[in-house]
Design a protein around this ligand. Structure first.
Ligand SMILES: NC(=O)c1ccc[n+]([C@@H]2O[C@H](COP(=O)([O-])OP(=O)(O)OC[C@H]3O[C@@H](n4cnc5c(N)ncnc54)[C@H](O)[C@@H]3O)[C@@H](O)[C@H]2O)c1
Length: 402
């Protein structure tokens, strides 16, 4: 299948964690601490401890960017223990060791397996609060958290534009063969301008297809529609009338300036979208309904020179259907960095900390989907922040938590 679609330009993010990104700026050093820390160990696992005398023990399984998140936890009288173990991904045994015999709350990572074993350990340690440091929570078994009466926080909203930007970057890089051309230059092969050297595809006035038109899908679509005047077709279980109205109004704006309008349409099926779109971008969450949503059969339905972008989760594409992707010169492959802007990663830290601190202080739980930006930018200590910003199972946790 893949050779038939040999002219397809593939972009992929999550499945290939081992590959270096195309270009890396000098990373700013932003891991500053609001308060001084001491180094210690929890049963042999190294941690740094902030606010040692805080009355509630909160474990953070990876160091987080920015300092506001730490202020949030310290202001809530938390002793914060940040794991500094060198393993990129902590296994269940190490997280259990960190939880130990007494733990009030945890900020975990999307690479950790948050299921019955860890929620059981947290509950046994007297824990009442948990937040993942991510918007997607496919690694968190919410039913297991519910069984222990534990709220599950996530960090929506602050990833939207940042993730959409990397999807746009991948789209442009694939359509215009940026990665291939970069390798060519670095290997000293460039001699001079040639009419057919790395000819790619123009995006302007083509059709962008969005699978999963939620926050990130819509933000990405607007970048492609407004930037490249692309028509839009989307597939989502739910119609998105406000999104459609926005694009339709933008089309009228263009007409008012003597330009052709752009159009938007909701596809009845994924297949219909695949047959029409010049760019297909995946923005659905990962669950049973979206695992291997892009399989060999559906890849074969795409236009032969279409671009496929995955900035959702790796398993949304059946990787077996993409044999030889790593050797495929026209693929653009990044590590899992779609949310890696300084503002976003700091905002995620603040939201995760606010989820844990909010539960520990008895603040009302807000469901995923609300306006969270005041928690990121609002004045610390103000009454409007006396809420728990984003709890995905807020309807299910017992009233004593609320
Ligand atoms: N690569 C990264 O670094 C990165 C960063 C942020 C988010 N993400 C992923 O992006 C996902 C979307 O984030 P968001 O904030 O836009 O979430 P969202 O909840 O706003 O949007 C998800 C959309 O997917 C739709 N959807 C669900 N099942 C579907 C299906 N079977 N077919 C089509 N559409 C379906 C939902 O109706 C919703 O509109 C996250 O769940 C996460 O997995 C990845």
């Amino acid at each position: 299948m893949f050779s038939r679609a040999g002219r397809n330009l593939f972009c992929s993010l999550a499945p290939f964690n081992a590959y270096p990104q195309a270009f890396q700026t000098q990373a700013p050093r932003y891991f500053t601490a609001a308060v001084s820390s001491i180094s210690s160990q929890v049963d042999g696992i190294p941690v740094k401890i902030f606010n040692e005398n805080g009355s509630k023990r909160v474990v953070v399984t990876k160091d987080l960017p920015g300092k506001r998140w730490l202020d949030v936890l310290v202001n809530a009288d938390c002793r914060v223990e940040v794991c500094t173990h060198p393993d990129a991904i902590l296994d269940v045994a190490k997280v259990k060791t960190l939880i130990s015999t007494r733990c009030d709350g945890v900020i975990g990572q999307l690479t950790e397996d948050w299921s019955e074993e860890l929620f059981g350990a947290l509950k046994s340690a007297g824990g009442t609060a948990f937040s993942t440091y991510a918007v997607g929570y496919n690694n968190v078994k919410v039913a297991a958290a519910n069984a222990h009466g534990l709220p599950v926080g996530n960090t929506p909203g602050v990833l939207t534009e940042t993730t959409a930007e990397i999807a746009a970057a991948l789209t442009l890089a694939a359509a215009r063969r940026v990665a291939e051309a970069d390798v060519f230059m670095r290997s000293g092969q460039y001699v001079g301008w040639l009419p057919a050297l790395f000819v790619g595809n123009l995006l302007q006035r083509k059709t962008v297809g969005i699978i999963g038109a939620g926050r990130i899908g819509q933000a990405y679509a607007r970048m492609m529609i407004e930037g490249h005047k692309m028509d839009c077709i989307y597939y989502d279980m739910f119609p998105q009338p406000k999104f459609e109205e926005y694009v339709t109004d933008y089309g009228k704006f263009l007409e008012g300036h003597d330009e052709e309008a752009v159009t938007i349409r909701r596809a009845d099926t994924v297949e219909n979208l695949l047959r029409e779109a010049d760019v297909v971008s995946l923005h659905c969450l990962l669950d049973a309904s979206t695992t291997h949503l892009m399989n060999a059969e559906r890849l074969g339905m795409m236009k032969s020179n279409a671009v496929l972008v995955n900035s959702a989760r790796g398993p949304v594409i059946d990787e077996v259907a993409l044999p030889g992707l790593a050797e495929c010169a026209n693929a653009v492959i990044l590590p899992h960095i779609a949310s890696a802007s300084l503002w976003t990663r700091g905002g995620m830290a603040t939201l995760a900390a606010s989820n844990v601190a909010g539960v520990l202080q008895g603040f009302p739980l807000l469901p995923d989907g609300g306006d969270v930006l005041k928690f990121v930018d609002g004045p610390l200590g103000s009454e409007e922040l006396n809420y728990t910003p984003s709890i995905v199972n807020s309807a299910d946790v017992p009233s004593w938590v609320k």
